[in-house]
Design a protein around this ligand. Sequence first.
Ligand code: SAM
Length: 200
Amino acid sequence: MANERLIRVFDKQAKIYERRRRQRSEKKFRERLIPFARGKVLEVAVGAGANFPFYPKGVEVTAVDFSEEMLKRAKEAAREEGVSATFIHSDVETLSFPDQSFDTVISTLSMCGYENPIKMLDSFSKWCKPDGQILLFEHGISSNRLLGYIQTLLNPLNRKVVGCHLNRDMVHIIKQSNIEIEKIDHHLFGMVHLVWAKPI
Ligand SMILES: C[S@@+](CC[C@H](N)C(=O)[O-])C[C@H]1O[C@@H](n2cnc3c(N)ncnc32)[C@H](O)[C@@H]1O
């Protein structure tokens, strides 16, 4: 899908993501992972700022998204939640930062959308300091065969309407990249993964 069309798909969903942020949607997962953030944080594909309520005090967040409607709401979220953040309006797949810029790199529910998720993870590895951490909360194809089959059937429609792939094998993707998993938790029939990782 061309980027302009994908951006429009996400622009249209920004209000829904704002509501989800206010309802503390996916709290169970975010509250387990996001408090591990420290120092200079890069949050890619920040959406409407759903992680902001869960950041510990003292972090300095650089947040990226290519949807202006999402970014508008993420800025509001940072103000409301008292998070110190700067925002970059860009396609994160074409963005570059100096190597080893961040103590923490965070991606939540974004690996399903990129053209090249392995390359994206390799960039995280480069941008993260050697003693830093990469935190991921991602969804993908279930380890349950029936659910996986249904996800694969629904995938084309979901990509078109919601903007993300439902049936990526996230664990395989992560293992092919330049990040090293330190800890991984699987939830919801293997559809959801929480990952604590470091650069290689
Ligand atoms: C499924 S939402 C997740 C938002 C947020 N991370 C969360 O956990 O609620 C995906 C977000 O990624 C953004 N996005 C997708 N591909 C992107 C890209 N290549 N560059 C920047 N932002 C992107 C979309 O605009 C959208 O805000």
